[in-house]
Design a protein around this ligand. Structure first.
Ligand SMILES: NC(=O)c1ccc[n+]([C@@H]2O[C@H](COP(=O)([O-])OP(=O)(O)OC[C@H]3O[C@@H](n4cnc5c(N)ncnc54)[C@H](O)[C@@H]3O)[C@@H](O)[C@H]2O)c1
Length: 327
């Protein structure tokens, strides 16, 4: 159990997948939680259960507006900055909006947090920062060239956080998330992540389409491990553990072919017909790297990270949640 003194914590993007899971855990631990969200990709139903909790406050606002950020950080001890426009293909289609939200919005939040004197600013970075680097596993200080506008924005976040920590003494910790999955991740829309999309399709007996031959691999990371990393980043008292970035992953890779096999196995328990749904293959996707695998050594050493959920354990829980909530 990670202990953090009762605090007031701002979760930006708190109505989204990762943000709403963070809000839930923080409320369970008795913290005061402020959620700033504009519901562009997040959903009101993700936070509906929290609205009756007296420790939860929702601010509907946009991180592209400095005054919304200032309002949200008022009296806050810590910030967990999750708000951003995710998805590589979205950023390829509309780099300007992605940049506005992910870079200008990020800078607004940093300025607001600095001016409000928050104790620490923990933010969602991304494995996309490894870009075209072919080395495996990915180690924090060896990165390549970004392969998409989204990847640029997430790398710029790290650069800004580093400069702010040096220049203004605000403590920042970046968490490079690797393909996070779990309850409440949106299965709908053009930019849905692969796991919720495939789960929804399999439940509906539709064929998932893998981009490429299915041998590309990812370090799929269950949300509960990501929550642990956020709590560790908030609570660490080691000076050498802040003002840096961490891979946030499980540390194993799974191919897309393995993933669809596991999904069929776990969903087939509820509906054996799913075992007969055909998996199809399409062309490789622009901006995709073949393999992604994190070294989690740094997080283990400096933060004491101990991921409790393997990919399969997490997937089983996530599938159970989707089966109950999508059926
Ligand atoms: N899910 C992953 O696998 C993954 C991987 C790497 C990094 N990340 C990063 O983690 C963070 C959370 O991702 P997620 O998967 O929960 O996505 P999500 O889309 O579910 O959540 C993002 C939230 O931010 C909100 N938001 C977007 N633009 C906003 C704005 N201008 N003002 C206020 N709120 C705004 C959205 O409404 C949404 O609630 C993002 O920063 C994302 O880039 C996610």
């Amino acid at each position: 159990m990670i202990t953090l003194k009762q605090s007031k914590i701002l979760v930006t993007g708190g109505a989204g997948f990762i943000g709403s899971n963070l809000c839930e855990t923080l409320l369970q631990q008795g913290h005061s939680v402020v959620c700033l969200d504009n519901f562009s990709t997040g959903k009101p139903e993700n936070i509906t259960p929290f609205l009756e909790n007296k420790n939860f406050k929702l601010i509907v606002g946009d991180i592209r507006k400095l005054e919304d950020c200032q309002k949200a950080v008022d009296g806050v001890d810590y910030v967990l900055h999750e708000a951003a426009l995710g998805s590589v293909p979205r950023s390829i289609k509309d780099p300007i909006t992605t940049n506005d939200v992910n870079v200008s919005g990020f800078l607004n939040m940093l300025v607001a947090a600095r001016d409000a004197g928050v104790k620490r600013f923990v933010y969602a970075a991304s494995s996309s920062t490894y870009g075209d680097s072919a080395s495996l596993p990915k180690v924090e200080d060896v990165i390549g060239k970004p392969l998409s506008p989204y990847a640029i924005t997430k790398y710029v976040n790290e650069l800004y956080a580093d400069v702010f920590s040096r220049t203004y003494n605000i403590e920042c910790v970046g968490l490079r998330y690797f393909n996070v999955f779990g309850r409440r991740q949106d299965p709908n829309g053009a930019y849905a992540a692969v796991i919720p999309l495939f789960v929804k399709q399999l439940i509906n007996h539709e064929s998932p389409v893998i981009n490429g031959d299915g041998e590309y691999s990812r370090d799929f990371t269950y949300i509960k491990n990501v929550i642990q990393m956020n709590l560790l980043a908030l609570s660490t008292t080691k000076t050498e553990a802040v003002n840096t970035v961490y891979n946030t992953a499980y540390g194993e890779r799974t191919t897309l072919n393995q993933l669809t096999g596991y999904l069929k196995e776990f969903l087939g328990v509820y509906d054996p017909e799913i075992l007969n749904v055909e998996i199809k293959h399409g062309p490789n996707r622009l901006g995709d790297i073949p393999h992604s695998l994190a070294s989690i050594y740094k997080a283990k050493e400096l933060l004491g990270y101990d991921p409790t959920y393997s990919m399969r354990e997490g997937l089983k829980e996530a599938v159970e949640w989707y089966w109950t909530n999508l059926k």
